[in-house]
Design a protein around this ligand. Structure first.
Ligand SMILES: Cc1ncc(C[n+]2csc(CCOP(=O)(O)OP(=O)(O)O)c2C)c(N)n1
Ligand SMILES: [Mg+2]
Length: 386
């Protein structure tokens, strides 16, 4: 992707200038949008098929996601949790994608899509339990924080090895097809992950097998310190889908309504047996790569300020207010309600006990091999001697 192409894309998102009358859709070099930079409906905008109640539920999850992000950042800075990866700025891409799923569909996330679990009913207290690795953590404190999983919401744990989640999603989708299971697997990858061999393998197999998979690239402009312009020489990320033989769709990832509309269309295509799709959601990571990163070392303040003006929460809120579904009083009440919910969840998570160290020897074998039994006995003896 040339720097010139980059500039054009940014401009398109900022102004809605790519729109010449009809809203672009289904294109791998255009940009599907519903809202302009300020949250006003574009001329001839095609809205997603969603009730006001559903849109408000999605908005609530976006505000919750932003509030959790802020709280986790503070907890990490105080040393109360060990690691944190922000998704600030990517709320529309995450929630709009998750909003397209049916309850029994599957999610194979990368680092920043965890809020989809909350949208699909995963309890907040268990969400925080994972960040503290306590006894209520479904992963029993064995994973690094931010590697959530939830069987009850069909969300598989992310592996830190980037891009591996895409072949997993495609494999699961193919298995569903073979079994006649009418569900869809959604897999996420970052712009940086597209340079991994797993990206190629996943898209190729998905298309050849005609798997019911929806594969989503969150192009948040950076892969740690590597900008998207240095990640690929392709015109866009979405255009790569052409080479594999599946639709590629490029969407304004800070426009909740556009993401919801386009991802829903891809999910429906997959469910109808029409095969996989690849979507590029154009967005921006407002925070650092993780709590171990200092983004001021490699990117300018003006770039961040540019994207702050395109805040997905503000744009969607303006739309909701214009449609008469939202106002300042409701916003204040929601923020107070979420603060209380988060406070209660953090308190509960910090007060819960940690899993006993010996639990690390459990859950792998139905019958433990002798070597593992010996290690467990040694561990128990050492702990008793302490
Ligand atoms: C296979 C592999 N290579 C390198 C890394 C180190 N690494 C962790 S995150 C990351 C960048 C990921 O960028 P991107 O895919 O754009 O996702 P984002 O973090 O922006 O959401 C890299 C290189 C890794 N985890 N796995
Ligand atoms: Mg990235």
């Amino acid at each position: 992707m040339s720097p010139e192409a980059d500039a054009v894309q940014t401009d398109a998102i900022q102004t809605g200038a790519a729109q010449t009358g009809a809203v672009q859709t289904g294109a791998d070099t255009g940009l599907a949008q519903v809202l302009d930079a300020n949250g006003k409906l574009l001329p001839d905008a095609v809205l997603p098929d969603a009730t006001p109640e559903r849109l408000l539920e999605l908005y609530r999850t976006m505000v919750l996601m932003r509030a959790i992000d802020k709280r986790l950042e503070g907890l990490q800075r105080m040393g109360r949790i060990g690691f944190f990866g922000s998704a600030r700025g990517q709320e529309a891409a995450v929630v709009g994608s998750g909003g397209a799923l049916a309850p029994d569909d599957w999610v194979f996330p990368a680092l920043r899509e965890n809020a989809i679990m909350l949208l699909r009913g995963f309890p907040l207290s268990r969400y925080f339990a994972h960040m503290f690795g306590n006894t209520h953590d479904v992963l029993k404190g064995r994973m690094q924080p931010m590697h959530f999983a939830g069987r009850q919401v069909n969300q598989v744990s992310w592996s830190s090895t980037i891009a591996t989640q895409l072949p997993h999603a495609v494999g699961a989708a193919y298995a569903m097809k073979l079994k006649g299971d009418p569900h869809v697997a959604m897999g996420f990858i970052g712009d940086g992950g597209t340079s991994e061999p797993d990206f190629h393998a996943a898209l190729n197999f998905a298309a050849v097998w005609h798997a019911p998979a929806v594969l989503i690239c969150q192009n948040n402009q950076w892969a740690i310190s590597v900008p998207s312009s240095k990640q690929t020489a392709s015109e866009t990320f979405a255009i790569k889908a052409r080479a594999y033989g599946m639709p590629g769709i490029r969407v304004d990832g800070n426009d909740l309504l556009a993401v919801l509309r386009e991802v829903t269309a891809a999910v429906e295509r997959a469910r109808r047996g029409e095969g996989p799709s690849f979507l590029e959601l154009v967005t921006f990571r407002l925070g650092g790569h993780s709590s171990a990163d200092d983004p001021t070392r490699y990117r300018s303040d003006s770039e961040v300020e540019h994207w702050l003006k395109l805040c997905p929460l503000n744009r969607f809120r303006t739309y909701l207010e214009d449609a008469g579904h939202w106002d300042e009083a409701r916003q204040t009440a929601l923020e107070a309600e979420l603060r209380e919910e988060i406070n209660a969840a953090v308190k509960e998570a910090e007060q819960a006990t940690l899993p006993p160290p010996v639990s690390m020897t459990e859950d792998v074998y139905s019958v433990d091999p002798p070597a593992l039994c010996e290690q467990r006995e040694n561990l128990l003896r050492e702990l008793a001697e302490k």
